[in-house]
Ligand binder design. Structure first.
Ligand code: ATP
Ligand code: MG
Length: 569
C-alpha cells in the first residue's frame, strides 16, 4: 500500500487515558480508538495485526483437527436457563429484550451454544471426537474495563469446544489443544507459560492457563525456583507453617480500646502478626461465612468459594452483617461464639497455640485461644501461598510474579452436557452425555500482550509473524525522480515476492516517516536516498543497526529475515 493513500493516525503525544505501554502504543500507532469505556474501534493498522494473529490461531487450530464454526453473538435466554447460568452469571452478562419482550444476552462465552449444536447434530459415538471453534466477538460488562483491549467489554476470542465419548478421549483432545496453544503463542512471538489453574467447583487438575509474565498483569502466578511447577495463586496449595508446641494457657479477655487492625494490635500486645488469627466475614451468595487465617496471611477467595461448593458472588460482609454475626463493630470478630452459617479455619490456624482473636465484643480481644478447645470449624487451605513457601511438587522454594492470562484450556467433563441433556448413542446403544472440553484464547488481549513484550522508547517492535506490514520503503525525497523510481521498483518487487510492503510516498520530512515507521513497529525499513548513485540503499531492522546495502541485494536481505524468524513468505 502507498502511504499517501492510507489513513495514518499516529499520535506524537501519549494519550492521558492510557496507563500501560501496550495501550499507549496502540493509541499512538493508530491501531485502536475508544468509543466508550472498554469499547474500541480497530483502525486499519490495528485490524491488520488482529487478522494476522487470527490467521495464526486459525492455522494451528485447523492443524490440530478442529473445525471452524461461527455462532451468533445474540443468544436467547432459554439456552442459558437450561444450563442454569442465566441466574448465576451476574452483572457481567449483557442482557437485553427484543420487541416482543423475549430475553436475550450478548454471549460472553459459548458453552451453551456449542452444547446445543452437539446435541442436535451428533447422534452416535461414530461421529466423535469433534472439536469446533470460532473466532468471534464476545461481550462482558466487566466491573473495571481497563488497559485498552487487555480488559475490554467487547473483545475477540477464539473459543473451541471438544466433544468426546469418554474421559480418555477428552484427555487427548485437551492435550492437542495444549500443544496447539504452545505453537500459537510461539508463532506470535510471546513467551506464555502454561500454569495450573483453578477449575472451580468441578475440581481436579482440569484446567490450565497460558500466562504472560507482566508487571501490569492482573493475576499472581506462583513459580517454583527449582522445578517446572507453575500455578495461578488461586490454585497453588499453601503449606501450613507449624508453630512450635506450647502448653495451652487459660483464655483471657483483654480490653483493646482503639486497636482494630493487625498493625494496631501488634503494637498493643507488643508481639508479631504471627500471634494473631484474623477472622474475615463474607457474604457468600447470601450466606454469612467467617474465614480465619493467620494475622500475616491473605484469604484466598477462590479456595473459600470452592470449599463452599462454588460461590457465585463472594463479597466482604457489610458493617450491619458483621454486627449481626459478632454483636460488635468491624475489627473485633473472632471464632468464639460467632453466629455464622459456616466457619472456615485455615489449617495453619488450627495448628497455632495460644493465639489472639477478636472477642466478638467492641473494644475487646481474646488471648490464649486454641483451636479444638475454644472453637471448631471446617479446617482446610483457605489462604494464598507466599514467596519462599514450599513448592507442592518438589518441595523447593516458590516465587510469585504478576501475569496476564492470554489463554485457558479446561476439561469440562459432563457439566454442560448433563445440564442440557446433550447425549449420543455409545457402543452399547446407550444414551450417554458428551465429555466436553473448552479452550479460549483472547485474540485482542494476545495482540496487546505481544506489544507489552515487544516495544522500546520509540514504539512497537512487531515480530515479523504478526506485523501490520513487513517492510517500509522510504524515499527520502519524493521530488527526486530517480529515488522514486527505485523506491517504486523495490516496493513492487517486494510485493510480487509476497512481502507486505508499504511505500511511504507522503510529502513529509524523512524524520517524520522514520518516526512513524518505528512507532507502528514495521520490522524492516529500506531508505532510498542519495546513495542510489552508488547503487546503494539503507537497510534497518526495527531493533537493529542501520546497514548500507546494494539495491540488488534488498530482496535477498528481506527474504533472509523471513527465514531467520521462521515466517513463511
Ligand atoms: P480474566 O480472569 O482475565 O477475567 P477469564 O477467566 O474471565 O479472564 P476466560 O473466560 O477464560 O477468561 O476467557 C478466555 C480468554 O478470553 C482469556 O484467557 C482472555 O485471554 C480473554 N479475555 C477474557 N476476558 C477478557 C476481556 N474482558 N477483554 C479481553 N480479553 C478477555
Ligand atoms: Mg473474567
Amino acid at each position: 500500500m502507498k502511504m499517501s493513500n492510507m489513513l495514518v493516525s499516529t499520535l506524537r503525544e501519549v494519550p492521558a487515558e492510557a496507563e500501560i505501554d501496550s495501550h499507549k502504543l496502540m493509541l499512538r500507532a493508530g491501531m485502536i480508538r475508544k468509543m466508550a469505556a472498554g469499547v474500541y474501534n480497530y483502525m486499519p493498522i490495528g485490524l491488520k495485526v488482529l487478522k494476522n494473529v487470527e490467521d495464526i490461531v486459525r492455522e494451528e487450530m485447523n492443524a490440530a483437527g478442529a473445525q471452524e464454526f461461527l455462532a451468533s453473538a445474540l443468544l436467547p435466554a432459554e439456552l442459558w436457563q437450561e444450563s442454569g447460568r442465566w441466574d448465576v452469571y451476574g452483572a457481567e452478562l449483557f442482557r437485553l429484550k427484543d420487541r416482543g419482550s423475549r430475553e436475550f444476552c450478548l454471549g460472553p462465552t459459548h458453552e451453551e451454544v456449542f452444547t446445543d449444536i452437539a446435541r442436535n447434530e451428533i447422534k452416535s459415538y461414530k461421529q466423535l471426537p469433534v472439536n469446533l471453534y470460532q473466532i468471534q466477538t464476545k461481550y462482558r460488562d466487566e466491573r473495571r474495563p481497563r488497559f485498552g483491549v487487555m480488559r475490554s467489554r467487547e473483545f475477540i476470542m477464539k473459543d473451541a469446544y471438544s466433544f468426546d465419548k469418554d474421559q480418555a478421549g477428552l484427555d487427548l483432545s485437551y492435550d492437542k489443544m495444549h500443544d496447539a496453544y504452545v505453537k500459537i503463542f510461539n508463532r506470535c512471538g510471546i513467551d506464555a507459560k502454561c500454569v495450573a489453574a483453578d477449575s472451580g467447583a468441578i475440581g481436579g487438575s482440569n484446567s490450565a492457563e497460558f500466562m504472560v509474565k507482566s508487571e501490569v498483569g492482573e493475576d499472581d502466578v506462583v513459580f517454583c525456583t527449582c522445578c517446572d511447577y507453575a500455578a495461578n495463586i488461586e490454585k497453588a496449595p499453601s503449606t501450613p507453617d507449624v508453630a512450635e508446641t506450647e502448653e495451652l494457657k487459660d483464655m483471657v479477655k483483654t480490653e483493646t480500646p482503639n486497636a482494630r487492625t493487625i498493625e494496631d494490635l501488634v503494637k498493643f500486645f507488643n508481639t508479631t502478626e504471627k500471634k494473631f488469627a484474623k477472622t474475615l466475614i463474607f457474604n457468600a451468595d447470601g450466606k454469612i461465612v467467617a474465614v480465619m487465617v493467620r494475622g500475616d496471611r491473605e484469604v484466598n477467595e477462590v479456595k473459600v468459594s470452592n470449599a463452599l461448593g462454588g460461590v457465585v458472588d463472594l463479597n466482604m460482609a457489610t458493617a450491619e452483617e458483621v454486627f449481626a454475626a459478632t454483636n460488635a463493630k468491624v475489627g473485633f470478630a473472632g471464632p468464639v461464639g460467632i453466629k455464622v452459617d459456616a466457619l472456615l479455619v485455615d489449617e495453619e490456624v488450627s495448628k497455632m497455640f495460644n493465639f489472639i482473636v477478636g472477642a466478638n465484643e467492641t473494644g475487646y480481644h481474646l488471648e490464649n485461644v486454641n483451636y479444638g478447645r475454644d472453637f471448631e470449624g471446617t479446617v482446610g487451605d483457605f489462604r494464598n501461598i507466599t514467596i519462599g513457601e514450599k513448592c507442592p511438587e518438589c518441595g523447593g522454594e516458590v516465587t510469585i510474579a504478576r501475569g496476564t492470562e492470554v489463554g485457558h484450556i479446561f476439561k469440562l467433563g459432563t457439566k454442560y452436557s448433563e445440564a442440557m441433556n446433550a447425549t449420543f448413542i455409545d457402543e452399547n446403544g446407550k444414551n450417554v452425555p458428551f465429555v466436553m472440553g473448552c479452550y479460549g484464547i483472547g485474540v485482542t488481549r494476545t495482540m496487546a500482550s505481544i506489544i507489552e513484550q515487544h516495544h522500546d522508547e520509540n514504539g512497537i517492535v512487531w515480530p515479523l509473524s504478526v506485523a501490520p506490514y513487513h517492510v517500509s520503503v522510504i524515499p527520502v525525497n519524493i521530488k527526486d525522480e530517480a529515488q522514486m523510481e527505485i523506491a517504486n521498483k523495490l516496493y513492487n518487487e517486494l510485493r510480487a515476492m509476497g512481502v507486505d510492503a508499504i511505500l511511504d510516498d507522503r510529502n513529509e520530512r524523512p524524520g517524520v516517516k522514520f518516526k512513524d515507521s518505528e512507532l507502528i513497529g514495521i520490522p524492516m525499513r529500506v531508505t532510498v536516498g542519495k546513495k542510489i548513485t552508488d547503487g546503494e540503499v539503507e537497510f534497518k531492522l526495527r531493533d537493529g543497526e542501520m546497514e548500507v546495502i546494494k539495491i540488488d541485494s534488498v530482496l535477498d536481505t528481506v527474504k533472509a529475515q523471513f527465514e531467520k524468524q521462521g515466517v513463511r513468505l
